[in-house]
Design a protein around this ligand. Structure first.
Ligand code: 1CP
Length: 358
């Protein structure tokens, strides 16, 4: 995994693609690349609760490295969860196996919003230790830091757990506009603190997950959510790391997702990348967008779909190959390794040079 002394994560293909600079080949990583698709993850996690694992520097380091070793992906993503900053701040949340985050006392009133504790950065020592170790182990491979965006975090706090329609969240947004804005503002501060800690300890890029923003109309997103997501990115100040912004079902929001302050817009599988490039405009790179379910199909289908994504991505300023959402737990890890190899093979600069007419 260690790279030549001259190579640095700041000059990696991932960072270069995010900035729209030439790359040696298209960088690949997978959302949820660490986790239940890997037997070595299941073994290591056995007997440890998810949120305990997320605060143990030894486990964080090992789990983050597992997919890099196994698949040869072009980036590691810090092993954690979007609710972790809230947990560290003292909010009673549990991640239930097979369910997801469950909040003991959901936010239902203005008083609940005011009672939410702030995140004290001094409590993130475990994170700093883990990031420093990871950066040392990863050599030239960049580490992506991440946080949950205020809207997606608010859905868990208000609904009390995972939900499909997020109707309670929207009802709160419409009925209590001031408390809504205060809630999202608080969440933006904690997400920003969490991202800053990762970057200051050595992460080379960041991704803000607004997974569920696609349930909103563009008008509501622009007015009631975007300013708070922008505040998370703004909280990074002058830190010179590329910013990736991702959500699911955001076809109608793609230009706005970019406007919130992203260098890279993450796209799910619903919008082809050439069309996404048109919507996002020339100043931003794209990440995505193979349907994670394709990885459950036969090899011929996988290869055809990977080629299609690579082809359509040529319309973008820069491309980071990824799935349109997280790896499904039932995915054969061997298929993930194959996809990394295929994308690299299809996009290696020498392949371009030897293929006339490209
Ligand atoms: O026991 C387990 O293994 C729990 C499964 C699990 C894992 C491995 C959860 C519960 N979170 C995680 C890790 C995690 N979560 C990562 C790690 C790094 C990687 O990508 O390899 C990341 C980036 C997240 C972020 C996260 N958590 C998001 C945003 C990304 C996305 O998938 O949209 C969201 C929405 C969550 C909430 C969450 N945590 C866990 C689950 C099952 C869920 C989703 C629940 C729901 O459907 O609402």
């Amino acid at each position: 995994m260690s790279a030549p002394a001259s190579a640095s994560p700041a000059d990696s293909d991932l960072v270069r693609a995010a900035r729209g600079l030439p790359v040696s080949r298209t960088p690949v990583w997978f959302m949820r690349q660490a986790g239940r698709s890997l037997p070595e993850y299941r073994e290591l996690r056995a007997g440890t609760k998810m949120l305990d694992a997320c605060q143990d520097p030894d486990l964080i380091t090992e789990i983050t490295l597992q997919p890099v070793r196994r698949h040869g992906v072009d980036a590691a993503i810090f092993f954690s969860d979007i609710v972790l900053p809230l947990v560290v701040a003292g909010v009673d949340i549990e991640i239930k196996p097979g369910v997801g985050p469950v909040v003991a006392s959901p936010v239902r009133t203005v008083a609940d919003v005011d009672a939410l504790p702030d995140l004290d950065p001094d409590r993130l020592g475990f994170l700093e230790t883990a990031v420093r170790r990871l950066v040392a182990e990863l050599g030239a491979t960049p580490l992506i830091g991440f946080a949950g965006a205020p809207f997606t975090l608010a859905t868990y706090l208000i609904e009390g757990g995972p939900s499909k329609e997020h109707a309670g969240t929207k009802a709160f947004m419409y009925a209590e506009p001031e408390a809504w804005s205060r809630l999202l503002q608080k969440l933006s501060v904690s997400s920003s603190t969490f991202l800053r800690a990762q970057v200051d300890a050595g992460a080379s890029a960041v991704q803000l997950f607004d997974s569920w923003a696609g349930v909103l109309s563009a008008a509501d997103y622009a007015e009631r959510v975007l300013p708070h997501s922008r505040a998370v990115f703004d909280g990074l100040g002058e830190r010179d790391v590329p910013r990736i912004h991702f959500g699911v079902g955001t076809g109608e929001l793609l230009p706005l997702i970019g406007d919130a302050g992203a260098d890279v817009v993450g796209v799910d599988w619903r919008v082809p990348l050439d069309e996404a490039a048109r919507r996002v405009g020339p100043g931003r790179s794209l990440q995505g967008n193979l349907d994670p379910a394709v990885l459950l199909a036969d090899r011929k289908t996988v290869d055809r779909e990977v080629r299609r994504v690579v082809e359509q991505a040529k319309a973008a300023r820069g491309h980071i190959f990824n799935l349109g959402h997280g790896v499904l737990p039932e995915t054969d890890p061997g298929v993930l390794t194959h996809v990394v190899e295929l994308v690299h093979e299809l996009t290696a600069s020498s392949a371009h040079a030897t293929t006339p007419g490209r």
